[in-house]
Design a protein around this ligand. Sequence first.
Ligand SMILES: Nc1nc2c(ncn2[C@@H]2O[C@H](COP(=O)(O)OP(=O)(O)OP(=O)(O)O)[C@@H](O)[C@H]2O)c(=O)[nH]1
Ligand SMILES: [Mg+2]
Length: 176
Amino acid sequence: MAKRTPTAGTAAAPGAPAGPPPGPATARRLAVVGTAGHIDHGKTALVRRLTGVDTDRLPEEKKRGISIDLGFAPLVTPAGVRVGLVDVPGHERFVKNMLAGVGGVDLVLLVIAADEGVMPQTREHLAIVKLLGVERGVIVLTKRDLVDDDWLALVTRDVRALVAGTFLAEAPIVPF
Ligand SMILES: Nc1nc2c(ncn2[C@@H]2O[C@H](COP(=O)(O)OP(=O)(O)OP(=O)(O)O)[C@@H](O)[C@H]2O)c(=O)[nH]1
Ligand SMILES: [Mg+2]
């Protein structure tokens, strides 16, 4: 096969970095961010607050007030990063859907309700994202309005103990 040679006038300058030319598709980075966490801890509400999108769109989800399938919502951060948010169900019966959604995310939002604290699917979802090799995350303590400062401090200590030694050990814990 003939070797490709650069056309006159389009050759990259010596030492120029390899990769696609800048253009609309590469002008802003795309990050995929997934939720994780126990049922009813506020994952979908968080996504709705961040994006305006209600990812619980199925009639059964609306009727039962829980997420069943994956939900998707777009967001552009103030820094211009395009984010694709993937909202996962917390119910243990739908863990297969959760698994399908968090594979390959760039960052996970581990959602823990401040009133209930760490629960079984908090642990299970954390174990799954660890196994999948997710490397970055933020811990969001939802339902801040339902607890006092002492309780919030207690739950924050519990959460720090839970993630000690994991990729989330130094992750920010954001009350929301
Ligand atoms: N008071 C209060 N209620 C909240 C907050 N966030 C969520 N909720 C309520 O908690 C309930 C569950 O919220 P969802 O966002 O559906 O929880 P989820 O984690 O998506 O639930 P699954 O997807 O089924 O696992 C809803 O009634 C929300 O309105 C919060 O910050 N404060
Ligand atoms: Mg939900």
